[in-house]
Design a protein around this ligand. Structure first.
Ligand code: KPL
Length: 291
């Protein structure tokens, strides 16, 4: 049996979610190092209710082998970063993916014995320089293997709202459905999440995207509840004041994650002979760089 101290984690992506997850790994007793293009250690402060609660310093490991990888990069950055890391990955590397979207690993030539776990979270955090403000610690569904690997046994006790799901696909698709509706619309209409509930054209657009999802998903996912409008409206309400991650990327002129959200959905549907014109529409508009 592994003890936490002998299980070395590497973090790829020290953004909001990556930093919060790294802090939970450290609390569980694991050593954590960062993988970063620069050699300087990564310093972060975690703040809750505007109170600095915890300081993290992650040393950067420039060349050691990688056996346990916490992957918290944005979709577009994933493939180039992993391609560069391939020579360092152990054959049976365990990758815990904490990302928005789906399909980021599809074109990466991972080692033959690689094991992949997905973490789907409703936690919320935003970053201001090196300070990560944790605004919600809700729940995280983790899974994608038959059982929790022994090496991860100490983790659930240190991860608020941890829920194990051997079959993680329903949680991944639920999250993708919500993001495929809220994120592109908030970028297109340049509004906060709650402003989509306008009883007018934005909400109608929301219902159109949601309806296409509900018509398509049952073709490849059993037991899809077909309630995407309700799911998206509830999350838009609960996060009314938020700027979605896609709107933030779009406004900042960064590449958005749309290809791994609506793009992934459109590609899955077309493999089943289904066209999703409303999703194709937002994909075309937002695939162009804003500036
Ligand atoms: O996940 C989100 C995102 O912005 O990426 C939502 C749930 C839409 C919250 O803003």
């Amino acid at each position: 049996m592994n003890t936490a101290a002998s299980v070395h984690w590497h973090l790829l992506g020290a953004g909001n979610m990556g930093t919060l997850a790294a802090s939970r790994l450290l609390h569980a007793g694991y050593p954590v190092q960062a993988l970063h293009p620069q050699a300087r250690p990564i310093d972060r402060t975690l703040s809750r209710n505007d109170q600095p609660m915890e300081s993290l310093r992650l040393a950067v490991d420039p060349d050691g082998p990688v056996q346990y990888l916490l992957l918290a990069l944005k979709g577009p950055q994933t493939r180039p970063a992993l391609d560069a890391l391939l020579p360092r990955l152990a054959n049976d590397v365990l990758i815990l993916c904490l990302q928005n979207g789906m399909g980021m690993l599809d074109d990466v030539a991972l080692p033959g014995g690689a094991r992949i776990l997905h973490a789907i979270t409703t936690d919320g955090a935003w970053r201001d320089g090196n300070t990560v403000h944790v605004v919600a610690e809700n729940s995280t569904e983790v899974g994608g293997m038959n059982s929790l690997p022994d090496a991860l046994e100490p983790l659930p006790a240190c991860w608020p709202g941890w829920q194990w799901r051997a079959d993680i696909a329903p949680a991944q698709w639920r999250k993708l459905a919500i993001n495929a509706v809220i994120n592109p619309l908030t970028a297109l209409y340049d509004c906060r999440n709650g402003d989509l509930l306008d009883q007018g054209p934005r909400q109608a657009h929301l219902a159109k995207l949601a309806g296409e999802i509900d018509a398509a998903l049952p073709h490849w996912l059993e037991h899809w509840p077909g309630n995407t409008t309700q799911l998206a409206e509830t999350v838009a309400q609960q996060t009314a004041g938020n700027t979605s991650s896609m709107r933030a990327d779009w406004l900042a002129g960064r590449e958005t994650e749309i290809d791994f959200i609506n793009g992934y959905l459109v590609r899955c549907a077309s493999r089943h002979g289904i066209e999703l014109p409303a999703h194709r529409g937002v994909l075309e508009k937002l695939s162009r760089r804003p500036h």
